[in-house]
Write a protein that binds this ligand. Structure first.
Ligand code: XIL
Length: 363
């Protein structure tokens, strides 16, 4: 199986620009692209990207045409950057940042601090050592890309009720060493180094009206109030928007919740949008229609909030979706591979693409 980690061993091509193979804007049929529809609606539209895209010209072409911003998918995650304590592997992220620059696209950094993705060596350190690595990591990584990023997911997924910590906090090395104060520390330190990136607190599950969504919303609001009361540089709240239609949702209620952060002066970003289709019919066409309908229902509700400034898909083509990774790992015998994204395996539009464009234009 090809994993993200070993896909491009060693040499990462840096000669390709994301705009190298197509004129930006209209697609081959002359139709409006997602990026253009986004602009019309006052939205930045984009998708996450990994090094695999550099080895797939059709896929790269899709980024060139359809996006105005790209998010580093795994390239800036702690374990990918720092497989060992002394080395920073910046090659992947550098390749994305420079390709985006050459083609005039913006970049989001994902993610500076997360209690997931901790390599074994970090887990073995004492609390004091973890604090030292934390400060060093922020200084080196934020410093390297200062002035080059549109925004940073400074902290990802602060809450994770499944970890059973008091207050619903996500557990992991940073939380274990510093408690909740790690969040403020990360934002303050990042703000002192990068004066231009929009510093974002990125959270999962809030879109749903299930046990987790309901459990995370109140503490997230309290955390944000606390940071703002302390004048911490926090510019945006990111909602991952991995929609889970197999569980209860009330997108209008979610939109009201999200809009409450606009009233506090924050921008709202939908940072990892896709639709889990596991509960939809087996028939591929029916499934894709249901994905499009769910996506449109969500977007039509949340885009009513003027503070929503960005919509980013987690990858663009089903073939590169993280749900495919999970599917290959968990159910390799199933014939039903996930289709959560606006483009299919061969980079042809899924119904979700037209639905998204429709929702953007209706704004
Ligand atoms: C995913 C990556 O896309 C996968 O390649 C990896 O195997 C698992 O993580 N929420 C996040 C992202 O914030 O960082 C995750 O990305 C998807 C869920």
């Amino acid at each position: 199986m090809i994993s993200r980690r070993n896909f491009v061993s060693g040499a990462i091509p840096t000669v390709l620009g994301l705009g190298a193979m197509a004129a930006p804007g209209a697609n081959a049929a002359g139709e409006m692209t997602l990026a253009e529809a986004g602009r019309t609606a006052g939205l930045l539209y984009g998708a996450s990207i990994s090094e695999e895209a550099f080895a797939d010209p059709d896929y790269l072409d899709l980024y060139a045409r359809e996006t105005d911003i790209v998010t580093t998918d795994v390239a800036l995650k702690f374990d990918w950057l720092r497989p060992s304590p002394a080395r920073f592997e910046f090659e992947r992220a550098d390749a994305i940042v420079s390709a985006a620059k050459r083609s005039g696209k913006l970049v989001r950094g994902h993610t500076l601090i997360w209690n997931d993705n901790a390599p074994e060596w970090l887990r073995r350190l004492s609390g004091r050592e973890v604090e030292r690595v934390f400060d060093e990591h922020i200084e080196v990584v934020v410093g390297r890309y200062a002035g080059k990023l549109h925004s940073w997911d400074v902290v990802n997924e602060p809450f994770w009720p499944m970890d059973r910590q008091k207050g619903g906090w996500r557990n992991g090395p940073w939380f274990a060493a510093m408690g909740p104060s790690y969040v403020e520390r990360a934002f303050s330190r990042a703000a002192s180094i990068d004066k231009t990136a929009k510093l974002t607190l990125n959270e999962a599950q809030c879109e749903g009206n299930h046990e987790w969504g309901r459990a995370i919303r109140p503490p997230l609001a309290r955390l944000i109030d606390d940071l703002l009361a302390k004048d911490v540089s926090l510019h945006a709240v990111g909602f991952q928007s991995h929609l889970q239609p197999q569980w209860p949702a009330n997108y209008l209620e979610f939109a009201d919740y999200a809009a409450s952060f606009a009233a506090r002066g924050l921008e709202i970003y939908l940072t990892e949008f896709d639709v889990n289709d596991q509960s939809f019919p087996d028939d591929s066409a029916a499934r894709k229609t249901a994905v499009a309908e769910t996506g449109a229902k969500f977007l039509n509700a949340i885009l009513r909030a003027p503070a929503v400034k960005m919509v980013v898909n987690w990858q663009l083509s089903d073939r590169y979706s993280w749900y495919r990774e999970l599917w290959r790992r968990n159910a390799p015998t199933s014939q039903r591979s996930p289709s959560p994204l606006p483009f299919d395996d061969r980079c042809r539009p899924n119904p979700l693409r037209a639905a998204m464009i429709g929702s953007f234009l209706a704004r």
